[in-house]
Design a protein around this ligand. Structure first.
Ligand code: TTP
Ligand code: MG
Length: 344
């Protein structure tokens, strides 16, 4: 039997703010963009008691809680913490898959994990990163994810084979990963509210209703999910560089940055990604390489934004010496499409 863990950080962005500003602990807090019209990325558990949640507009949340603390988003910081937690998790196994900024699957098959082990793991992550996670353990990905969500925050839940399908019976269909808002509404319209109701529907019906996902759902609520934990080598960075005859002509060096900004932007668009960190690289006449990076709070992908950031880095960094290579690289890459859905 496989042992799959799903680890998900609790109120992630909000917890990072509490970590960096301890005075905020225990107070209702949300993280959002800077304008009044912006929406909430996440709320801490105190704010959730007021009914405040992700994707709610700020003005609405303020109506629910007049002393709500609103913190501006600091994506660079969250990415840093995300990476930190991922590294701690990587010390437990090499078979680890990062599925979003705050969740990972780990395949720990053969380790005979128990509650005590998971508690120690949770404490270790807290001690090392200052952040709380919830951990779900089961024999497949679907159930592990369900388990990590079972009793958040600081939740630990194990779902054994014998418990399926009984344990799922009373679960609301909203809790089923894969059933989106629209499907949820359509299901409720035909009187399907709980997993117990879903069991009554046969595979053909579900396929007609959901398309290809129907079969997956039919199987998953019955404890069947063969998806592997895939260790995907994420592309870490994307960029270009050029070697040329040594020069200290600022105009020429700047023209390379300009050219690279255009190429980089085009490349990012084509691959549907964007990035938070821009790095400039210079090699001098003695072949000495120096780099300087900056991580931004919002993603870069437009040519002009990259150009401006690149020229700024150059200005701060370049001392007028003769240069034979310039490079420009974007890292901390994220999916552009997912990003737009969430933030724009
Ligand atoms: P989630 O894991 O969905 O939420 P969470 O970690 O804040 O809270 P929970 O304890 O329930 O796990 O998302 C992780 C982070 O992703 C979240 O802290 C902020 C960000 N996010 C958005 O930016 N927009 C969104 O709509 C959602 C749902 C999350
Ligand atoms: Mg989370």
């Amino acid at each position: 039997m496989r042992e799959i863990l799903h680890v998900d950080l609790d109120a992630f962005y909000a917890s990072c703010e509490e970590l960096d500003y301890p005075a905020l602990k225990g107070k209702p807090l949300v993280v959002a963009g800077r304008s009044e019209r912006s929406i909430i990325t996440t709320a801490n558990y105190e704010a959730r008691k007021f009914g405040i949640h992700s994707a709610m507009p700020i003005f609405m949340a303020k109506k629910l809680c007049d002393h709500l603390i609103i913190m501006p988003m600091r994506r660079g910081r969250y990415l840093q913490k995300s990476q930190e937690v991922f590294e701690i998790l990587s010390s437990y196994t090499d078979i680890i898959e990062k599925v979003s900024i705050d969740e990972s699957y780990l395949d720990m098959t053969g380790k005979n994990l128990d509650l005590k082990y998971l508690k120690a793991m949770q404490n270790n992550i807290l001690k090392k990163s200052g952040l709380n996670v919830s951990i779900g353990l089961s024999f497949n990905k679907f159930l592990a994810k369900l388990a990590s969500d079972w009793n958040k925050p600081r939740g630990i839940k194990i779902i054994n084979k014998e418990e399926v399908p009984e344990i799922l019976m009373d679960l609301d269909i909203r809790k089923i990963h894969g059933i989106g808002k629209k499907s949820e509404e359509r299901l409720r319209n035909i009187g399907i509210n709980k997993v117990r109701d879903l069991y009554l529907l046969n595979e053909e019906f579900l396929t007609e209703f959901f398309g290809k996902l129907g079969t997956d759902l039919y199987n998953r609520i019955r404890g069947i999910d063969e998806r592997e934990v895939t260790v995907h080598r994420e592309r870490k960075s994307i960029g270009t560089e050029s070697t040329f005859t040594s020069t200290d002509n600022k105009k020429i060096i700047e023209s390379y940055i300009e050219k690279f900004a255009g190429e980089l932007s085009e490349n990012l668009y084509r691959k549907n990604i964007c990035g938070y960190t821009l790095t400039i690289k210079l090699k001098d006449e003695n072949f000495k390489i120096r780099t300087r990076s900056r991580t931004f709070d919002t993603v870069l992908f437009e040519r002009d934004e990259i150009l401006k950031a690149g020229l700024n880095l150059l200005r701060e960094f370049y001392g007028g010496e003769k240069i034979r290579l310039v490079g420009l690289t974007m890292s901390n890459l994220v999916d552009l499409y997912a990003h737009q859905i969430t933030f724009f």
